[in-house]
Design a binder for this molecule. Structure first.
Ligand code: 8YV
Length: 325
């Protein structure tokens, strides 16, 4: 890096190794309190800054991008998802944007299986019974206690067969599941690995005894899993979401979980995070986690390093590997 280090606004407290590398190579202005900055908070602190390292928690719509100080030339997001950034507005302003694909694929696919099994084996209900000290009271083990659904031979529908969808499919295949998928375009046979392609999401929903969501959040995918969609699914199906909350219509999912039309759901992402629909807190067949899909030391370090690689490339005049704008 040049002697005169670029000035970097570090908009969250990232893992220690990432912060150390950023401090080595950049003149950092850090969000020391790890506050959940709004766009306005970022703008207020970005005076004289050359680039911003952000998380997906801060939103960059067109007006925020417009009001960033003119010195800001690059925005690197510590996430694969980039629906929080108006890419067209960034392009129009000449703001370079990058994300962190690839490095979180395995961690999110792992969590998909955790949710799939936890939901199908009724882990929440069982855990709450035991930790609520009710096991003795109900007479202990019973042959019919907490019977769930096994994955072997069942159809797993994958909505969005990108990197993470394919990694989840590989794990599910190892458990004996039969993979079907919908994607904007059909994959080549070496990527499909025998999975059955559906050219509409509706056709996929009809066969999905288990459904795992891996598509991007776009206007087209918003509330794709709604009342009409759930009505197409086999009775007693299980829904898993590690992608984005807005792909599910909460009212429709909660109604289906309450009535038993769906057996269970495993959710790591929610509409309006972190203000999760409170009805999920009491639904025993909803196994819920607070967006920890990529939360391993290895993955979060790799995400930070990938974001810094992109920034480094930009400041040495090269093309950032994961350039979006
Ligand atoms: C992150 C994610 O935890 O990368 C993404 O798109 O959803 C998660 O891995 C989070 O968004 C961090 O910015």
């Amino acid at each position: 890096m040049p002697d005169n280090k670029p000035r970097l606004l570090v908009a969250r407290v990232f893992p220690p190794d990432v912060m150390a590398r950023a401090a080595r190579d950049y003149d950092c202005v850090v969000n020391d309190r790890d506050a959940n900055w709004t766009g306005a908070d970022v703008i207020a602190r970005a005076g004289g800054v050359d680039a911003i390292l952000t998380s997906a928690r801060t939103k960059y719509p067109a007006d925020v991008i417009r009001d960033l100080p003119a010195t800001v030339r690059m925005l690197a997001t510590f996430s694969v998802g980039y629906e929080h950034i108006d890419i067209a507005a960034a392009k129009a302003r000449g703001l370079v944007v990058s994300n962190t694909p690839d490095v979180l694929t395995e961690a999110v696919a792992d969590l998909t299986i955790l949710l799939l099994l936890a939901a199908s084996r009724r882990a929440r209900e069982a855990f709450e019974m035991l930790s609520g000290d009710r096991w003795v009271k109900i007479g202990g083990w019973k042959p019919t206690q907490f019977l769930g659904a096994g994955p072997q031979g069942k159809v797993l529908g994958i909505l969005g067969m990108g990197r993470i969808g394919r990694a989840a499919a590989a794990r599910a295949r190892a458990m004996g599941m039969v993979i079907h998928y919908h994607n904007r375009s059909r994959l080549a046979p070496d990527l499909e690995q025998g999975a059955v392609y559906h050219d509409t999401p509706q056709s996929l929903l009809k066969v999905s005894q288990f459904l795992s969501i891996h598509c991007e959040s776009t206007p087209e995918t918003r509330h794709l899993v709604n009342r009409e969609g759930i009505a197409l699914m086999p009775p007693g199906a299980i829904v898993v979401n590690t992608a984005r909350g807005d792909i599910i219509d909460d009212d429709a999912l909660i109604e289906a979980l309450e009535s038993g039309r769906l057996a269970a759901a495993g959710l790591d992402v929610f509409n309006g995070e972190p203000d999760v629909d409170k009805r999920y807190f009491t639904l025993k067949n909803a196994f819920i986690l607070p967006h920890i899909g990529s939360a391993t030391v290895e993955t979060r370090n790799a995400m930070g390093f990938r974001a810094l690689d992109n920034l480094d490339a930009f400041f040495r005049g090269a093309e950032p590997r994961d350039r979006l704008a």
